[in-house]
Design a protein around this ligand. Structure first.
Ligand code: BES
Ligand code: MN
Ligand code: ZN
Length: 500
């Protein structure tokens, strides 16, 4: 979708549809009469209260037949005090999905309408671009019929020339496009069925993305993973005919790296500790952490962020064949610790612990941040809108929480409660990979922290967050592509983490 900025008199604006917003009381947001000249009956429509202002209510008004603006689409935002960037994004996304069903291709948003809201033009533009791109996403990846027409252009128009720098607006639009591309790459990968995305195929895709943008990339196959000593990762992949892969992407920059690690379980059947059949198909998206890391790395390269960033995707398929790891088995992780495996369905922490040790063995990371669909317990605790954040570093906590707030991928801090470390004691090995059911998300995080040691470390548990049970304007049922944006925003806000 082309993002266009236009200033000049309203009479010069052209579009299939102009989208604007209404809040309760039927006043245009803000009611500055900007649209009054567009067609004489426009200001009357809201006053007649034909137009509903309920959140996400849509109302189309046709323009004058000779006019250059063919239609105006009002989007309800509900109560004035509830107007927020995410609310505007979802309203716009629904509006754009309805434009798509009418095959409208050119969309215009008058940005001056937003000037009395406390968000600022650049943030609004960025979020509107993300929303528009997300509304153009279809999940029918394997359907013969293509989805509905996608918009060609989104124009931000201002009637009055002012001193607001065009470059700043363009940069905001570009940032929005990069953010959306990252989120949608993560979404597409997580929606891709496991038969189209084994660890090997994931590695091929990662290499293709990396090459396009000049990221360096290394893929370790199962022999190299074994030679390296990553027996926890190997153990998870043993029960599948599709062998594991460790994919390492690097964006060059000054100083020690920030390392991002993603859980890349291409399918999680539970292994010998087999999951129940209901909803098992959703476990094709158990690699969404790795997808988020790959998508973020691509964005980092595209924006040429002046940082040294390494992305590690720890990929394996958790399957229950005759060679599978068994409950009670003990394996030696890369750091030399023996690990007792009690429940083969707690596979995520096994691939992640070796990725953490790998990052520490091959460099001295300034910080390690992992992201994973790790525990049902975290989903029970926090639900589907916020992901759990566990960290041993106050500055990582600040930076990640604020990144989440900025982009709307919210994180909530959870405890790395030291008192529960004893729950990971094993009779037979140095450490047990699971603790009791109670506090399950914390136990998993404590297991990972053990391998991070003194390195500043953050763990994001997004189980339950990435899978949308219902369609919305921004996202059809299925994977959301959560995580890419919050990681990217964290890295963009370089000033914060430089203090780590
Ligand atoms: N991939 C699952 C966690 C998950 C659950 C993700 C629901 C998305 C939605 C993970 O590998 C898992 O199975 N965790 C177990 C751990 C337990 C055996 C200690 C769980 O949460 O039940
Ligand atoms: Mn599992
Ligand atoms: Zn899993």
């Amino acid at each position: 979708m082309d993002i266009v900025f236009q200033d000049g008199a309203m009479e010069t604006w052209t579009a299939d549809v102009l989208i604007t917003f209404l809040s309760d009381g039927c006043d245009i947001v803000p009611a500055n009469g900007l649209l009054d000249n567009l067609c004489p009956w426009l200001p009357i429509a809201p006053a007649l209260r034909d137009v509903r202002t309920k959140k996400n209510a849509l109302h189309m008004v046709h323009g004058h037949p000779d006019g250059r603006i063919k239609r105006v689409l009002f989007v309800g935002l509900g109560k004035k005090e509830d107007i927020s960037l995410p609310a505007i994004a979802e309203g716009l996304a629904q509006a754009i999905r309805s434009c798509r069903s009418l095959a409208l291709r050119t969309i215009l948003i008058p940005i001056e309408l937003f000037d009395t809201l406390p968000f600022g033009r650049t943030r609004l533009i960025e979020e509107c671009v993300v929303a528009a791109e997300c509304a153009a996403y279809d999940s029918g990846l394997y359907k013969k019929e293509p989805g509905e027409i996608k918009p060609e252009s989104l124009t931000f128009a201002a009637a009055h020339n002012d001193d607001f720098s065009k470059d700043t607006l363009h940069a905001a639009g570009k940032r929005g496009q990069v953010s959306a591309k990252a989120a949608l790459l993560a979404r597409t990968l997580a929606n891709t069925p496991a038969n189209f995305l084994s660890p090997t195929l994931f590695a091929e895709r990662a290499v293709a993305h990396a090459k396009k943008l000049g990221l360096s990339v290394t893929v370790l196959d199962e022999d190299e993973i074994k030679r390296e000593g990553m027996h926890a990762l190997l153990a998870v992949g043993k029960g599948s005919t599709n062998p594991p892969r460790l994919i390492v992407l690097e964006h060059a920059g000054p100083g020690d790296p920030i390392v991002l690690i993603g859980k890349g379980i291409c399918f999680d059947s539970g292994g010998i500790s087999l999951k129940p059949a209901a909803k098992m198909h959703e476990m094709k998206s158990d690699m969404s952490g790795a997808a988020a890391v790959l998508a973020c790395m691509e964005a980092v390269a595209e924006e040429k962020l002046p940082l040294h960033v390494i992305g590690i995707l720890a990929c394996a398929e958790n399957m229950p064949d005759g060679g599978a790891v068994k409950p009670g088995d003990v394996v030696y992780a890369l750091n030399g610790d023996s690990v007792e495996i009690v429940n083969t369905d707690a596979e995520g922490r096994l691939v992640l612990c070796d990725a953490i040790s790998y990052a520490k063995k091959h460099g001295s990371p300034r910080a390690i941040v992992d992201i994973a669909t790790l525990t049902g317990a975290c989903a029970v605790a926090l639900g589907s809108e916020i992901a759990g954040l566990f960290t041993n570093s106050e500055s990582l906590a600040t930076a990640l929480l604020s990144a989440g707030e900025t982009c709307g991928e919210h994180l909530w801090r959870m405890p790395l409660w030291p008192g529960y470390r004893k729950q990971l004691k094993s009779e037979i090995a140095d450490i047990c990979h699971t603790g009791p059911r109670l506090g399950g998300a914390i136990n998993a995080a404590l297991f990972l922290e053990h391998f991070a040691g003194e390195t500043p470390f953050a763990h994001i548990d997004m189980a339950g967050v990435d899978w949308a049970e219902k369609s919305s304007g921004l996202c059809p049922k299925g994977a959301k592509g959560f995580g890419a944006r919050v990681l990217l925003e964290f890295l963009r806000g370089g000033a914060v983490w430089r203090s780590i």
